[in-house]
Design a protein. Structure first.
Length: 559
């Protein structure tokens, strides 16, 4: 209980700490550290009694922090061996069989376990023995590192008090009346007479005291979900102190991920908000006193482009997300969770780093999103609809240039063309059907340049077929036409659409081109799309008639 609280605040390790639990005002002490015990703080004291001592830090027992500390203890075991038993909330048993070739002797393994525990902000006592229960009792009774040779379990455990065996209070009082205070004294008693007076519990304690208990290891199932929680004494209202607390929790998450040789692919943030104070950003606007009520929840999910465990990088990303979408009230509780994945493995150049670095690129994208908004940055993705030019911005992820199987390929506009028709000659035009325009040096592939937004146009029709088109101060004759193709959809929405599309080969007169070339530059700067600043060449264009807006528009041109 004490280490769970000290783990969240390392400064408490050097102070006298007492943990209290219960209903106000009947709080009582349930745990103390060594410094508090030396000052005279005892279990069962009330909070008012503890406050009379000087320099005592009083904290409430936190079961959420105890749960996180226990999870960190399990991660410590799995970082050494996949065979581990979850013996108690404060005890694990690790199978060392086959680990000598990796870590060295048993004493070397015990030292590495203590070092890894220190990285997880835990202080542990390690005992190594050939029997499971003997190792558990030695770890509970001796401080530091203890290595018990095989066959000497009874000798080593004999110095421990009988309280280490965790007897019931009735049996412990009986042993004290008998003058049995150590495991050696208990082991010297005859087991038959002990069984007659204390029953099966006496036989079990006698077996533990002699170090002869033999059983199999009960393996624990490893978890891949990592979570850290922190309940705050006072609500946090500003970003800077919140960032300090988030950094502490991210450090703990990162240490647990490193111990398991994993990385985080998703970070989930949940805040319990104080409903009495509603804020604009992080500035309080409600002067009323706080009242007890159901806390509101603030949740965000940070999806990472590649698995990472750099706590500083993750903290910067969380800060940017909180700046763009801050909580609406002070924060009473913080919950950070990480979905684990294998760390990123990539083959880079021999002398050059990977460009761009995914972690730095993600941080840059997050900063841009904080300025322009999440909906205005990313990679364009076509929507699963027939609406022309319908797309959305999805999360940008740097790749090696090969699209994944889930990525959609953008269809070429020429592939959607129907049967072309030459209005001037009154027959089908195979040039438009092939999507190619003849050239002196052979055919060239066709690309489509989209005008966004579509350009308004004026169209002259002859027998329902466009023969002359004008837009952006230019007018040209239609040499060949293909269409119309009618498309419509989303009739149930306010932004329904209904278009008649044509593919036209337009030839502009030289006089018109000269007039366009002589136009002032200011006239072209008003064009929304920079790619259509100077449209004065002959070519193949796609136009459509919008039945909703009752007008003609140019969608783009084929290059």
């Amino acid at each position: 209980m004490v280490q769970a609280v000290e783990r969240s605040d390392a400064a408490l390790r050097d102070r006298a700490l007492a943990l209290i639990e219960g209903a106000a005002p009947l709080w009582s002490v349930v745990a103390v550290n060594e410094a508090a015990a030396k000052t005279g703080i005892a279990l069962g004291m009330t909070k008012s009694q503890v406050e009379q001592f000087c320099g005592i830090e009083i904290r409430h027992r936190s079961r959420t922090q105890e749960k996180a500390a226990h999870a960190a203890l399990l991660d410590l075991g799995w970082s050494v061996s996949p065979r581990m038993e979850d013996a108690a909330p404060d005890t694990i048993v690790i199978d060392l069989a086959g680990l000598n070739s990796l870590f060295g002797s048993e004493e070397d393994i015990a030292k590495q376990v203590r070092e890894r525990a220190r990285d997880l902000r835990l202080v542990v006592h390690v005992a190594v023995a050939s029997k499971i229960d003997a190792a558990v009792l030695a770890a509970r009774g001796f401080s530091g590192i203890t290595v018990i040779p095989a066959g000497e379990e009874s000798k080593c455990l004999g110095r421990l008090p009988v309280g280490v065996l965790s007897p019931s209070m009735e049996v412990l009082e009986t042993l004290e009346r008998w003058g049995i205070n150590t495991c050696a004294a208990l082991a010297a008693l005859p087991v038959l007479q002990l069984s007659e007076r204390l029953g099966q519990e006496g036989v079990r304690l006698h077996e533990f005291a002699r170090g002869e208990s033999v059983r199999s290891l009960v393996l624990a199932e490893p978890e891949i979900h990592f979570e850290e929680e922190m309940e705050l004494e006072d609500a946090v209202e500003e970003l800077e102190p919140l960032s300090f607390l988030l950094g502490r929790l991210l450090d703990q998450l990162g240490a647990r991920l490193v111990a398991r040789s994993l990385a985080a692919c998703t970070i989930r943030v949940r805040f319990d908000l104080d409903p009495a104070f509603f804020m604009s950003g992080f500035i309080s606007t409600n002067p009323e006193p706080r009242q007890k009520s159901t806390p509101k929840i603030y949740e965000r999910v940070l999806t990472l482009p590649v698995p990472m465990r750099d706590s500083k990088m993750l903290l910067n990303l969380l800060r940017l997300h909180l700046q763009s979408e801050p909580p609406s009230a002070p924060i009473l509780k913080i919950v950070l969770a990480a979905d684990a994945a294998r760390p990123r493995v990539s083959q880079g150049e021999l002398y050059l780093p990977n460009v761009p670095d995914p972690e730095k690129l993600e941080l840059t994208v997050a900063r841009l999103a904080n300025l322009v908004g999440d909906a205005h940055i990313g990679s364009p993705e076509l929507m699963d609809t027939h609406r022309p030019d319908e797309f959305r911005m999805r999360r940008f992820v740097a790749s090696g240039g090969v699209p994944s199987k889930n990525e959609k390929q953008i269809p070429h506009p020429a592939k959607t063309a129907g049967i072309p028709f030459d209005c001037a000659r009154g027959r089908r035009d195979d040039r438009l059907l092939r999507g190619r325009v003849p050239a002196e040096d052979g055919d060239r592939a066709t690309g489509f340049r989209l005008f966004r937004p579509a350009l308004p146009a004026s169209v002259e029709l002859r027998e329902g077929c466009p023969v002359r088109v004008g837009f952006r101060g230019m007018r040209g004759n239609v040499v060949a036409a293909s269409g119309p193709w009618r498309s419509s959809g989303d009739w149930w929405r306010e932004d329904a659409w209904q278009n008649d599309e044509w593919d036209l080969e337009i030839r502009f007169s030289s006089a018109v081109e000269a007039q366009v070339d002589a136009a002032p530059e200011q006239q072209w700067e008003r064009i929304p799309n920079a790619s259509v600043r100077r449209i004065s060449q002959d070519g193949l264009y796609r136009i459509f008639y919008d039945s909703i807006r009752q007008g003609w528009f140019v969608r783009g041109m084929y290059d």
